[in-house]
Structure formats: structure tokens, C-alpha cells
Design a binder for this molecule. Structure first.
Ligand code: CO
Length: 214
């Protein structure tokens, strides 16, 4: 017979307690949220369990639309990411898109090694190796820890630029002068976010990636 672990059973127990507490404090809490989702923010973050979007930004359910993957990548062939982007930008009409990396990111670290992580992860991490290649001179004079942390920052910048290359973002910029793109890096060591780069609507990007007939 299947016996659930105590840690697992605690999740369900905690949920019960949480739901009860919410209603106790505010009887309309769930009925209000059920019928309305109007987040102003899209969060693209790392899957790392130590970087929970709502908790570190002091926001509540309903305030942030979330997509997370290993090392917070924005890949133009990722149907999952693009679906989230399309929906949040064009239907929810978010005003801000935040790409949040974090220092000490295991995915970024793995991409700096020559280890075979097997086919699927190798495919995913290859994209970070490409970011490394663009900035090789700057990275290779650093020690190992500094190198990973700088690559974390450069990776966030690159993913932010990848967002600006999509027709989804370029069309929204043209039609409603939003969303603004924000690049953040979170520190696991002190819980603070460092703002790395903002790309405001209408920013000129490399003409190679600009759509002129949107
Ligand atoms: Co990570």
C-alpha cells in the first residue's frame, strides 16, 4: 500500500490551514480572486526553489503571472515560454516583464563546465554557453565564482534582449507603448534584488531583429 511521507502530507495540511486562515481574515478573498486575474507583471525566473516570485517581492496571488525554467531562459523556439508571453502581453496586458536570474544559479554553473549532462539538458544549457561565448574575454579573466555570477548577469541581459526581439513585444510596444522589460538578479545570500537593465518600450534594437510591418 502507498504511504505518503509526512513531509508530503504536511503540504496538504498546510494548504487547508492557509485557505481557512485567508477566509477568516477576509471572507471575500477567494470569491474576488476567482473571477478576476489582472496582474501587472510577468515574471520569468529560474525554477530554483529558493527564488519564489511572490514571496521575495511581497506580492499576493493575482499580482504576478509566472513562468519559470532552468536558468530563466527566453528561447524563441520555446512554445511554453512564448505562450505565456503571448497571453500575458496581449490578453492580460501586463505593464512590466521581469526576467529574474540569481547568483549561484546551478543551471548557469553547469553551462560553464564540460560535463555531459545528457541530451536534453545539454540542449538547454547550450544556450547559456552561447552567452558565455559572446563575452568570453570578460569572463575568462575572472575566478570561478565571479565568472558564474557575472555570467548570471550577462545571461539575464541576453534573455531580456531576446524578449525585445520577439514580434510579441515589438507589436505591443507599437500598439500600447508597453510593457517595460526589467532584468534582475537575486542574491541567495542576502535576499536582495539587483536591477541590471531596463529596456523601455520603443528602444531601438539591432535592425536585423526589427519587424517593420507589424
Ligand atoms: Co537557477
Amino acid at each position: 500500500m502507498y504511504t505518503a511521507s509526512e513531509a508530503y502530507m504536511n503540504l496538504l495540511k498546510n494548504n487547508e490551514d492557509w485557505a481557512n486562515k485567508k477566509v477568516q481574515d477576509d471572507p471575500e478573498y477567494f470569491s474576488r480572486l476567482k473571477d478576476l486575474q489582472q496582474p501587472e507583471f510577468l515574471w520569468i525566473g529560474c525554477s530554483d526553489s529558493r527564488v519564489p516570485a511572490n514571496e521575495i517581492t511581497g506580492t499576493q496571488p493575482g499580482e504576478i503571472f509566472v513562468h519559470r525554467n532552468v536558468a530563466n531562459l527566453v528561447l524563441n523556439t520555446d512554445v511554453n515560454l512564448l505562450s505565456v508571453l503571448e497571453y500575458s502581453v496581449n490578453v492580460l496586458k501586463v505593464k512590466h516583464v521581469i526576467v529574474c536570474g540569481h547568483y549561484g544559479c546551478g543551471g548557469v554553473k553547469a553551462a560553464t563546465t564540460n560535463h555531459d549532462h545528457k541530451i536534453v539538458l545539454n540542449m538547454w544549457l547550450r544556450n547559456i554557453k552561447d552567452v558565455y561565448r559572446f563575452h568570453r574575454d570578460e569572463l575568462e579573466v575572472l575566478n570561478e565564482e565571479q565568472r558564474v555570477d557575472r555570467l548570471v548577469e550577462l545571461n539575464v541581459e541576453e534573455q531580456l534582449k531576446n524578449l525585445a526581439k520577439t514580434s510579441i513585444i515589438q507589436r505591443a510596444w507599437k500598439q500600447r507603448q508597453a510593457p517595460t522589460l526589467h532584468g534582475w538578479v537575486y542574491s541567495l545570500g542576502n535576499g536582495k534584488v539587483k536591477s541590471i537593465l531596463d529596456i523601455v518600450p520603443g528602444t531601438e534594437i539591432d535592425p536585423l531583429y526589427t519587424f517593420d510591418d507589424l
